[in-house]
Design a protein around this ligand. Sequence first.
Ligand code: HEC
Length: 158
Amino acid sequence: MKNILIMLSILFLTTNIFATEEIEEEIVIDKSITTVSNDTRQLLLAEMRFIEQNMKDILFLIVSGQFEKIEKKALGIQESFVFKKSITKEQIKEIQKKLPKKFFLIDYEFHQTAGQMAQAAGEMEDAGLVAEEYYNMLKTCVQCHSTFATHRFPNLIE
Ligand code: HEC
């Protein structure tokens, strides 16, 4: 009996430790985006609105089977045309200095997934795969927002 109690308490303690770790992992709140200069931040926001509009457009293109247009829009997101054209070298340096590595890792994954969606539409014309990549993109939106944009989307704080 005593042994069982000891085992239980060990088990309880270990699961508790894991639980705490998980929660800490989930509620990382990073407001570094609010420290970038206004011009740079406006540019990031413009990129956000650009991808939001394109994601909305793609939703309709998926349900109406317009692969060519999906490919075009997905490539537009992958390359972030608006953003790349307008950002200066100084601004790139600024965000590299002020935003943590994790931001760029998620951003990289996001753009890669857009590329995969473009491929699923253009080369493969595979509606199921396009929808899957669309879902994967949504996951990276939420992943980034729940870490770096909780000041804007407080509902994402768990
Ligand atoms: C790598 C990180 C990252 C990814 C990926 C990302 N976002 Fe964002 N997003 C942000 C941050 C940070 C903010 C808040 C910016 C601020 O407050 O200046 C934001 C804000 C926004 C806004 C608010 C814009 C405004 O005018 O206030 C929209 C809309 C948005 N994101 C849409 C999306 C969509 C849709 C996706 C995915 C398809 C996405 N974002 C993916 C980081 C990201």
